[in-house]
Design a protein around this ligand. Structure first.
Ligand code: PLP
Length: 375
């Protein structure tokens, strides 16, 4: 059996090697490394795929979040609400911009930010909500948009882990992650569901004015060359990365489906184990399993992790320390008591290998190991 990897980028590349190699070679032939034609084409294709009116690429997902907050002209002291249980980038950018990160707790079964916790955190200084579509599943966007409307707030979706996921409205209409809020921000980091061969990111919006401003900010605040209307940054998607992404976008649905097959296999194998909980699927979103994350009974998580490592099965804790307890964020005076669910999850979650190239043999081995563990 091939050794099991948390993510198998090499196996995925081998299957589309000729297409990718040709795409990269043609950019090198062209030498249009910055703002080449492939970038424009990828933006158009991602716009068609997502149904977003505008897609503007940038250097990475963290920059996308920063650019969104620059474009919306938030001012120091403005409060931005986001989840405590997420990758640091979401809160980091809020802090970096001199805004006040307001962290809220998440749902114990879906790991997603909840409308109830958002509503409780709103103050007269609140400017925006940044829901994170964690592990591949959309937050409850219908309820979140209603709250945003009621309180006149912006919504910036962090869909770094949910490229291609669909949100289902109560009237059966469905929309892609990233196209429901005012701006969607995503990442093409190699291990994401849609990943390039380096750093990459994008913003989506249906607002023409906002799109213009975002595009200008990504390129030093220029619209006309050497005339700077906004204070911007330098954050662009390399043409080579765009060429890779154009190839991989064609396979995204297939990749997300492959992840679902893995998840269903795990679900079936684990559903009757009393000391762990399989990830819950919401009824309002696809799950595209950026991560397959178990909640393991207190004290057994670390034993399971050690046991899997002994069996050469990689696994990871996403995320071991909640943001409210990170040293760099101590200045905000967050209190553990306000985040009981995130506190609980950081002690109990464990993510299993999840990628597009897993074999039945590997899945059988992993699930047999988990089922045969004796505590
Ligand atoms: C990966 C990720 C980001 C940041 O993306 P980069 O491209 O690595 O900057 C932001 N938010 C979430 C939830 C992520 O998973």
């Amino acid at each position: 059996m091939e050794s099991i990897k948390m993510v198998d980028l090499k196996g995925q590349y081998n299957k589309i090697k000729t297409e990718i190699d040709n795409a990269i070679a043609s950019v090198i032939e062209d030498t249009s490394f910055i703002k080449g034609e492939q970038v424009t084409l990828f933006e158009k294709e991602l716009a068609i795929y997502t149904g977003s009116k505008h897609v503007i690429t940038c250097g990475n997902g963290t920059d996308a979040l920063q650019i969104a907050m620059m474009a919306l002209e938030f001012k120091p002291g403005d409060e931005v609400i986001t989840a405590d249980f997420t990758f640091i980038a979401t809160a980091e950018v809020i802090a970096l911009m001199g805004l006040t990160p307001v962290l809220v707790d998440v749902d114990p079964e879906t790991f997603l930010i909840t409308p109830e916790s958002i509503e409780k955190a709103i103050t007269p200084r609140t400017k925006a909500i940044v829901p994170v579509h964690l592990f591949g599943q959309c937050a409850d966007m219908e309820a979140i948009m209603q709250i945003a409307h009621k309180h006149n707030l912006y919504v910036i979706e962090d869909l770094a882990q949910a490229n291609g996921s669909n949100f289902l409205f109560k009237n059966s209409e469905s929309k892609k992650a990233g196209t429901i809020g005012h701006i969607g921000c995503t990442s093409f980091f190699p291990s994401k569901n849609l990943g390039c061969f380096g750093d990459g990111g994008a913003l989506m919006t249906n607002d023409d004015e906002l799109a213009k401003k975002i595009r200008s900010i990504t390129n030093h605040g220029m619209t006309v060359r050497y005339y700077h209307d906004n204070i911007g940054i330098n954050s662009r998607l390399d043409t080579i990365q765009a060429a890779v992404l154009r190839v991989k976008l064609k396979y995204l649905d297939e990749y997300n489906e492959a992840r679902n097959i893995v998840a269903s296999y795990y679900d079936n194998a684990f559903v009757n184990i009393s000391w762990l909980k399989i990830p819950k699927r919401t009824d309002w979103s696809d799950h595209i399993f950026h991560q397959y994350t178990l909640v393991v009974e207190e004290n057994k998580r670390d034993m399971l992790q050690k046991y899997l490592q002994e069996k050469n099965i990689p696994c990871m804790i996403y995320y071991p320390v909640p943001i409210h307890r990170q040293k760099a964020y101590s200045q905000y005076g967050f209190k553990d008591d306000n985040f009981p669910v995130t506190e609980m999850l950081s002690g109990k979650v464990l993510s299993l290998p999840m990628h597009t190239e897993m074999t039945l043999e590997q899945l059988k081995y992993i699930t047999d190991c988990v089922n045969n563990i004796k505590f």
